[in-house]
Design a protein around this ligand. Structure first.
Ligand code: ZN
Length: 301
């Protein structure tokens, strides 16, 4: 009789343990390897984070960007249906520094799902402009290193067995970022002119890296067009600084940049904020293009 009770208890315990293990395995499978092809599913908020994540994840993740191409991310506000896909992601990575004013909506949608929500700019030293925190961290090669490292750490946590792969890709990418920085740092230091004009105040961190100053047609958040008085100030600034190039962004009032350029006899040159995918250039190619164009315009003037 005693034996029967003991084996009964044992059977019961084993059953409980089996159920327990089963449940655990299922949770792990769903959270880190939900897709059929065994790839991680990562959702990012804005385009540059897609590039950073793809550099490090290589072929081990499918990366989706929440803000669609050719949508000005400062004006983006997700609808409920835009966030539905998030519940199937293994992680949500956002820029932080106030770039995603709608982040609470994301937290609401996935709060019970055990999906990590990662602020990629953790550790970036923020800067302010007119009392507002500048969100454009990714336009600094130095910040890109920090953001990519945070992304790498997230991928390692989600997929420990591929740690070496992610670490290797991160090291390679970090080396490329540092090499580009090292190439332009002495070039900009050797210049007398440090001021340039752009579409909206997106290049503050880039300026901080290289000791430059930006003036812009629109503000930090690409809001509104300049008043006649502001435009007049920009014209005087351009004339005083003998500015011969006005940088223009496809998503921030390119017409006003053209008007300004005409007014001061400058040429218009496109510049890439990477806030949306604009051409086939990678992050590094876009940054090299920007640095080369800014350097070219300051050198000639
Ligand atoms: Zn911006």
């Amino acid at each position: 009789m005693k034996k029967k009770i003991i084996s009964g208890i044992l059977a019961l315990l084993t059953g409980v343990m089996l159920i327990g293990c089963g449940a655990n395995t299922k949770t792990t499978t769903e959270n880190t390897k939900g897709t059929k092809d065994d790839k991680l599913k990562i959702t990012v908020s804005i385009y540059p984070l897609k590039e950073f994540t793809e550099e490090i994840a290589g072929d081990k993740a499918d990366v989706t960007c929440l803000v669609p191409n050719n949508v000005e991310p400062h004006e983006y506000d997700p609808k409920a249906q835009d966030l539905e896909g998030l519940t199937k992601s293994d992680a949500f990575i956002y820029n932080g520094l106030g770039m995603e004013s709608w982040i609470d909506k994301v937290n609401d949608v996935i709060k019970d799902k055990n999906i990590p929500v990662v602020d990629s700019s953790t550790g970036v030293e923020s800067r302010k402009e007119e009392d507002a925190i500048d969100p454009h961290s990714w336009l600094s090669l130095k910040n890109a290193e920090i953001q990519s490292e945070n992304i790498k750490n997230t991928l390692v946590k989600l997929d420990e067995k591929n740690k070496d792969y992610y670490e290797g890709n991160y090291s390679k990418f970090k080396g490329e970022l540092e090499s580009l920085y090292g190439e332009y740092k002495p070039k900009f230091e050797a210049l007398n002119k440090k001021n340039f004009i752009t579409g909206h105040a997106a290049f503050g961190y880039l300026c901080r890296d290289f000791g430059l100053t930006q003036k812009s047609v629109e503000n930090l958040f690409a809001e509104g067009e300049p008043t006649p008085k502001q435009l007049e100030d920009l014209v005087s600034f351009c004339k005083e600084s003998n500015i011969k190039t006005v940088f223009s962004e496809s998503l921030a009032s390119p017409k006003i940049s053209e008007t300004l350029a005409k007014e001061v006899g400058a040429k218009v040159v496109p510049i890439l904020t990477l806030e949306s995918k604009e051409d086939d250039k990678s992050y590094l190619e876009s940054m090299r293009y920007n640095l080369d164009e800014i350097y070219g315009c300051l050198k000639d003037e």
